[in-house]
Design a protein around this ligand. Structure first.
Ligand code: ZN
Ligand code: ZN
Length: 241
């Protein structure tokens, strides 16, 4: 980390710690609350309900037929990863919380979402390691932190599952995927990652991301890890569109 990155990160950490000791208003509805979200907003969060058993995409029975709990794309051309789990649907207020967590240095939101992921993800069979999707160093310098790393740190803290952010690097500074078609996203992310040395005892890894849209990023990284000799790749994400 360079000095500028250190400073941004420390400032965000300071905001996070000070919020724990101060009375504040609910981030969403403004009601007085001693936590980031009041009890009502917390209980209204949109947890995923009926989803594809492979990719965790919400199943829409009005548009697709589901066979064995799989969405149409997973029936025809299943992703390479073993299984994906997502905790929330990408609708209000999760979209608002994720946006604030990414672009307003609001680590308190990531800490809360990380804790809720711990409460709702299935951790068995337990992976050897969690790998947060890396940001390109340039993007990391701009933002000051990687939101997926912050979520993963929280999961490590409560589960003890090791965390690694050196096994792979993002070598291509891809433009944001927002607004691109599925095909464009796939082309955009191609060659974006480079796997470094993998410890011999890793067989089962988990890729952790904050938001999954088409899944092209996790699919691309899964392919790299499988080619590098990893046996099984699962995906955990906070929210799935
Ligand atoms: Zn509220
Ligand atoms: Zn699916």
């Amino acid at each position: 980390m360079n000095n500028k990155l250190d400073f941004r990160y420390l400032l965000a950490q300071f905001k996070l710690i000070s919020k724990r000791f101060l009375l504040q208003n609910c981030f969403l509805c403004g009601a007085s609350s001693n936590q980031l979200l009041c009890t009502a907003c917390l209980s209204d969060l949109p947890y995923q309900t009926i989803v594809c058993s492979h990719c965790s995409k919400p199943l829409d029975f009005t548009k697709h037929s589901s066979v064995d709990g799989l969405c149409n794309p997973c029936q025809q051309n299943p992703p390479l990863y073993n299984n994906a789990q997502a905790v929330f649907s990408y609708i209000y207020p999760i979209d608002k919380l994720i946006f604030a967590a990414k672009f307003s240095d609001n680590l308190a939101i990531l800490y809360l979402l990380g804790k809720l992921m711990v409460e709702h993800l299935q951790f068995e069979p337990c992976p050897d390691v969690i790998i947060p999707i890396p940001l390109h160093p340039k993007r990391l310098r701009q933002r000051g932190y990687n939101q997926s790393v912050e979520l993963a740190k929280c999961i490590k803290k409560f589960t003890g599952i090791p965390l690694n952010y050196n096994a792979c690097q993002r070598i291509k500074n891809t433009p944001p995927q927002v607004g691109l078609s599925a095909q464009q996203r796939k082309a955009n992310i191609q060659g974006a990652f480079k796997i470094k040395k993998i410890p011999a005892n890793w067989q089962h890894i988990v890729l952790l991301d904050d938001v999954i849209t088409t899944g092209s990023t996790v699919e691309s990284l899964t392919k790299e890890f499988l080619q590098a000799g990893i046996q099984k790749v699962d995906v955990w994400c906070c929210t799935r569109r």
